[in-house]
Write a protein that binds this ligand. Structure first.
Ligand code: PHE
Length: 353
């Protein structure tokens, strides 16, 4: 029995009614996709109504066809409207999730910094570079001939003993340098005067660690050899250096001392930058603070280098970087520089010594 016009009308009404409620039930784009397939698909009421049209005459078919198209248009309109609504919700959600406020400050990375000792060394080296010195370096594993012999240490000098020096070999010909003076010998060996060098570097001594001693430490030494160099050049240079490092108005004084490689030799003190001479805890009531060793280059060293000792004279000086850095920063124990405690190290961030 073929379908009547009423049957098809009923089917179309049913298709629209159930279709609209199916569409209304969809809760998101995915379930709306399923609703679309159910409402407009081949097994849907609408499709069944359409396939029944073939059995009607032309006029009825036109009329029922128009109504089927209307039904389809209503369903498609409803689908489209829901889809637009779901897309709007989804888009809003994405805007929320992916919101980016480009005006917010960025996450600042933790920047490392130069170690306070490195800063002190660079600052000291800079002062001498400013005075026309060039920087030289040499091996940390050194020959005893450069570390001691060339520097006029006699064969029985106590520094040569195994209690004071780390030797590499049994013959005691190779060692960890005990000072950076051998660098200056190497420079003199390799070049003719005038010589103006500053030599920063790591040095080693068999010392027991305490607040003022390390068995590996940094030295900065300097050497000037030229025509007509006198003790007053030494004093003027060191005075300029001390004022630059510790303060414009601080005097220095030289006290007689002994080193095998300089003659005469002296130790240089700077006026205490805390009490300015009256005596305090920092200078241990001395009024002066010992900074470095120095002197006029001993003639046997110039001869060793093959320099004309009638024509050339020179001066040299050497200091311990940890001691100077500790003084400059009021650090009570030089071992702190090597403990790598960030709370200590970050106190020196920014700026030089
Ligand atoms: N080399 C000496 C030391 O290690 C320092 C120094 C250098 C003294 C140059 C005088 C002249 O103690």
């Amino acid at each position: 029995m073929s379908a009547t016009e009423a049957d098809v009308s009923g089917l179309l009404e049913e298709a629209v009614k159930s279709g609209l409620s199916r569409i209304a039930e969809a809760s998101d784009l995915a379930s709306l996709g399923q609703a679309r397939a159910a409402v407009l698909g081949r097994k849907a009421a609408l499709a069944r109504a359409r396939s029944a049209l073939g059995g009607f005459d032309a006029e009825q078919r036109r009329e029922l066809g128009r109504r089927a198209n209307e039904a389809r248009a209503r369903l498609e309109g409803a689908l489209e409207e829901r889809e637009r609504a779901f897309r709007a919700v989804e888009e809003k959600k994405r805007w929320e999730q992916e919101r980016l406020d480009v005006t917010l400050p960025g996450d600042e990375p933790d920047l490392g910094g130069l170690h306070p000792l490195t800063k002190t060394i660079w600052e000291i080296v800079d002062i001498f570079v400013g005075l026309g010195y060039r920087v030289a370096d040499g091996p940390e594993v050194e020959l005893a001939s450069y570390n001691f012999d060339a520097l006029n240490f006699d064969s029985q000098h106590p520094s040569r003993s195994e209690q004071e020096t780390y030797y590499i070999d049994d013959e005691r010909e190779v060692l960890l340098r005990t000072h950076t003076s051998p660098v200056q010998m190497r420079v003199m060996e390799a070049s003719k005067p005038p010589v103006y060098v500053v030599c920063p570097g790591r040095t080693y001594r068999r010392d027991v660690l305490d607040p003022t001693h390390l068995n590996s430490f940094a030295q900065i030494e300097g050497l000037a050899v030229d025509e007509g160099i006198t003790m007053s050049d030494l004093k003027g240079t060191l005075q300029a250096f001390a004022r630059e490092l510790f303060g414009r108005d601080l005097d220095i004084r030289l006290r007689p001392h002994f080193f095998p490689f300089t003659e005469p030799s002296a130790e240089m003190d700077v006026l205490c930058f805390v009490c300015r001479g009256s005596g305090c805890r920092v200078c241990r009531q001395e009024g002066w603070i010992e900074i470095l060793g120095c002197g006029m280059v001993n003639v046997p060293l110039l001869e060793w280098a093959g320099y004309d000792t009638e024509r050339y004279t020179g001066f040299a000086f050497g200091l311990g970087a940890e001691r100077v850095a500790a003084l400059a920063h009021g650090v009570p124990d030089i071992r702190y520089f090597y403990e790598n405690d960030l709370r200590f190290l970050s106190a020196f961030e920014g700026g030089m010594a």
